[in-house]
Design a protein around this ligand. Structure first.
Ligand code: SF4
Ligand code: SF4
Ligand code: SF4
Length: 368
């Protein structure tokens, strides 16, 4: 199970598309972190046979609470070991507080890192700014060098694209790929209004990126790995996402707000004010009625998807993308549908082209 602690509502940056809500100096007390670890390990042991217990740190910016993060890490590692569980670690950071000492500490514990960098200076600094308005790109790129060579599990760059930055996306990804071998997750801002013009800009950028992916495989050096492409290609090979690939709230994913309130996904913690999404708290336990309500609304119940040929390879089950788009966790939005169809179309184009060309490195990766 993956349990994510949102250590603080505060952040060093003020990205306008932030899902994490208003920035305020409200950190998770140690007693809450400890209760979260104790309760979720007990929950896993009581309900599931799965042996992996993965603790994630999220925010706001979790490195603002570095002492708390280290203390929770050590406590959870001991508790998981005592419970006979395999312990894994993740942290999502905007990189602005990462220094050599923190990087070495994370590397020694084999953290899986999610690193927020939105491409080139122009694209990144359009949104990812400090409170005084300065862009953070230079600081992030300097910190990226500290983690670039982390062994497996490899870090992943998270690049958020908005309607305003869609025209900059292809150049932004090219910029990152020229400087880093890490895979890149392009995450569209699902809270935004993606009108026809911005969808056309996104399509143009994705088409350019599909060409970049083709070119990088043909060059035989360092393929460009875009996670949405790779995900669709993997789903193509195995005939669609499997149950274990899908998000499974409560059973496999839980998030804890700084207050101790429990949610199904860290992206849904936000201001910690969504009563209909809250599952209970680590202090009082799960609210059975709330759990039943959340589970009844997971996945996608749009009747339009029932006969769609793309459905097996569509992530219309992402509760948070659905909620940000439609206000319902179980109803995919029109932009989500557009994005899935576009991703599948382009991934198929890449796969068909490279397989027809008998590109051996790609064929070996595709079959692996
Ligand atoms: S770095 Fe992340 S948490 Fe901080 S403001 Fe930006 S999106 Fe929000
Ligand atoms: S591509 Fe669109 S219609 Fe098809 S399953 Fe996905 S969301 Fe539904
Ligand atoms: S709701 Fe979406 S983002 Fe959240 S854990 Fe599930 S798949 Fe991931």
């Amino acid at each position: 199970m993956q349990v994510t602690l949102c250590l603080t509502h505060d952040c060093t940056l003020r990205c306008p598309y932030c899902y994490a809500g208003e920035k305020r100096r409200k950190a998770m007390p140690w007693e809450v972190a400890k209760a979260a670890i104790d309760r979720t390990i007990a929950w896993q042991l009581a309900h599931y046979t799965e042996k992996d217990y993965v603790l994630g740190f999220f925010g706001g910016e979790p490195l603002l609470e570095w002492d708390l993060l280290q203390r929770a890490d050590a406590y959870a590692a001991d508790a998981a070991r005592a419970a006979g569980l395999r312990f894994g670690r993740t942290v999502t950071t905007n990189l602005t507080l990462l220094d050599r000492g923190k990087a070495d500490w994370l590397r020694a514990r084999r953290y899986k890192l999610g690193l927020s960098i939105d491409g080139s200076p122009a694209m990144h600094d359009a949104n990812r700014r400090f409170p005084d308005g300065r862009g953070s790109h230079a600081a992030c790129m300097a910190a990226l060098r500290l983690v670039e060579d982390f062994p497996a599990p490899r870090p992943e760059i998270i690049c958020v694209v908005t309607p305003a930055t869609a025209p900059l996306l292809a150049e932004g990804v090219r910029f990152l790929h020229a400087r880093s071998a890490l895979p890149i997750a392009v995450n569209p801002d699902f809270t935004a209004d993606w009108d026809d013009a911005s969808r056309a800009a996104l399509r143009a950028a994705y088409e350019t990126l599909a060409e970049e992916v083709l070119a990088s495989w043909r060059a035989g050096s360092r393929p460009l790995h875009l996670t949405w492409f790779d995900g669709k290609l993997k789903a193509l090979r195995i005939g669609g996402y499997r149950t274990c690939d899908k998000c499974d709230p409560v059973r496999r994913e839980l998030a804890v707000a700084p207050s101790g309130n429990l949610y199904q996904c860290p992206n849904l913690v936000g201001d910690d004010d969504k009563e209909d999404l809250c599952l209970g708290s680590v202090q009082t336990g799960f609210d059975p009625a709330a759990v039943a309500r959340v589970l009844a609304r997971r996945g996608n119940r749009d009747p339009a998807c029932r006969d769609c040929p793309a459905a097996p390879r569509c992530v219309n089950w992402c509760c948070c993308a659905n909620w940000f788009s439609t206000g319902r966790t179980d109803r995919v939005g029109s932009f989500g549908c557009f994005h899935e169809k576009l991703s599948i179309e382009l991934a198929d184009r890449v796969a068909e082209t490279l397989l027809a060309e008998r590109n051996e490195p790609f064929a070996a990766w595709f079959k692996a």
